[in-house]
Design a protein around this ligand. Sequence first.
Ligand code: ADP
Ligand code: ADP
Ligand code: ZN
Ligand code: ZN
Length: 755
Amino acid sequence: MASVLGMSHIEITGARENNLKNISLKIPKRQITVFTGVSGSGKSSIVFDTIAAESQRQLNETFTSFARNRLPHYGRPDADAVGNLSAAVVVGQRRLGGNSRSTVGTVTDIHPLLRLLYSRVGTPFAGYSNAFSFNDPAGMCPECEGVGRRIALDVDRAFDRSKSLNEGAILLPGFRVGTWHWNLYAHSGLFDNDKPLADYTEAEWNTLLRGSGPDVSFEVRGRMAAPQKYEGVLDRFDRLHIKRDIEERANRDAVMGFVSVRPCPLCAGTRLNQAALACRIDGRNIADLAAMEVRHLVDVVAAIDAPVAATMVPAIVDRLRHLVTIGLGYLSLDRPTPTLSGGESQRIKMVRHLGSSLTDMTYIFDEPTIGLHPRDVTRMNELLRELRDKGNTVLVVEHDRDVIEIADHVVDVGPRAGTHGGEIVYEGGVEGLRQARTLTGRHLRRNPPLKTSFREPTGALAVTGATARNLRNVTVSFPTGVLTVVTGVAGSGKSTLVNEAFLAAHPEAVVIDQAAVGTSTRSNPATYTGLMDEIRGLFAAAGGVSPALFSFNSKGACPECQGLGVIHTDLAFMDGITSVCEVCRGRRFRPEVLRHTLRGRSVSDVLEMTIDEAAEFFTEPKPLRVLRTLKEVGLGYLRLGQPLGSLSGGECQRIKLAGELHKRGSVYVMDEPTTGLHMSDVEHLIEIMDSLVDGGNTVIVVEHNLDVIKNADWVVDLGPDGGDRGGAVIFEGTPLRLLDERDSFTAEHLRRDLA
Ligand code: ADP
Ligand code: ADP
Ligand code: ZN
Ligand code: ZN
């Protein structure tokens, strides 16, 4: 009996990763389990650091040591046992590859199918399907080698045309006055070295840029150099720097400041050679299809009527429909994957797995609703069910009410975050969760109402005639002194309007994103907020010594680990090992430093405190002020010495917010700040945004979260749909007036939420 039960569950016993408190749980296999709980409660520690890590480790054990050493290394998670796992696939938000050759079409395997289709059905007949691959010499454009873009010198950035050659008109690195390259032009006899370039004749200007000409002789350090062949600045820079520096990444950053990236002139950005482009089906070549938005492409492919394509067409259509289903119909197959957002990347990976015929896998999703409008969440849920119904175990970390609703099983982690979390507070069905006395249960039961009074704007910040990406000559004004939420389905143009158009027009605005804060292993909440300086000062004053003694970056540091508290050992053929420093036992400081105390605590004891604990410990106004702001943004559970690299995106965002809380008159821009946040965290975030606005600031957020929209003073809704069907402002006004809007998906979902 027990063994039968065992086989149907993943069993975790005594898990202790990060903040987990020796927890045990059983997760039903071949079902959808949703993990809920506030940010920092321990969901990722269970799902990623315990289940996925152990599954990967066990899988690696089955390989030969030769293969094993070439795979990423996973340590054994801190748990007594993790049993009955199946192979786990993490479908996370890590962005898809930085390689410009990878596109939506290649990573979904739809492009290879299209190539096959063209090789069978296209005319004139081209042969093998590789003849349509821009990653294969048989199909790639010879000019750009399948990259589709050409990097060229940007003349406006390369020259200051108000100056003469002698005054340093050429701004390129290596072409400054007196350099070898400069001598070539100054001694060519072709130009008046004192004439500003703006006064050059057409012919002189062309000669400077692209001319070829006689040999030029000049002196270098008092000696005649061998005569050099004259060559225009563009050609010379191209030959010496663009090809060499960019490709070899030597001076890449310096050079990139002077170039612009344009579509390749030969293939017009299609990446393919002329033979591949000549081959057509129903008048369209493969590049035409790849450039279409997926939702239009579905119909075009479905209409292809050829007996030899009888099985291929449905296979392609099926995958394209999956893309539309998860709200990505506005993308085109030729879109490079490095330009996709984290949420878009995750949903693309989902399509790839739906096409797979493997069963009995464990699929792990990390907030698949990121970037998704409520309209598309229902459809995405269908795909999660489809994966389950193929016989897979589906684990989802999610905060969205609509996704929690479809769970077969819920694991609620809490009760709160960090040291106050790490326990399972509820396990069971959704019905039971709704009754549960946990934060998640409580928030599922209540639905915040729409705000009824709205702040009066103090002024307005305009965006005029924005045309970037899909924006259709958008002119819109953002009221100041209020909270504005920018809404619209995925791909409608929200990020483009806010992150590109608005920021270009108002560069003084402060962007508060979830990007990592500081990459140094030595930075932590105390150093990041400047609190460490105060702490050092207090210890120094108490002991009558120098504050520098209490810095783990300098002389007070443990000499063995240089103040890191841990030692990294690099091993040949294997991943390095990180272990606690044996000399200071992780305390980071020399023993004589630790003998200095403040109210009985050493500086190392203080770094071990949580922010909540430190706020009890310190009585001095300056550190208290910083600690209170950190508590205000809901980070009271973090330890002062926790490395910043281990913070989640949401935690990074809140630590940035903490630094802004008591400023006035600033404009803040946030793109989907509720990512990674539990409903109760969202409530808290709304309070923070309100206090920013009440403090005299302007806040503009891109958001799908209805609770945030309901709390807005002003809504700018983009649409009506995504991609070429989006890009227009379809509504501007209070959320109360939005309710009356008939043609807005946002309005529709707001009405449904409040019904
Ligand atoms: P969730 O997924 O619920 O947001 P996590 O499992 O990521 O929560 O984190 C649980 C707790 O463990 C948090 O307090 C987090 O700051 C902490 N934590 C996560 N990773 C590390 C780490 N590498 N080192 C120290 N603490 C960590
Ligand atoms: P939203 O923020 O509403 O999801 P975006 O502003 O990201 O929408 O996108 C608007 C349109 O621009 C979409 O059609 C999208 O596919 C396109 N787009 C966004 N980023 C890029 C990019 N880097 N390259 C090409 N097209 C892009
Ligand atoms: Zn080309
Ligand atoms: Zn040490």
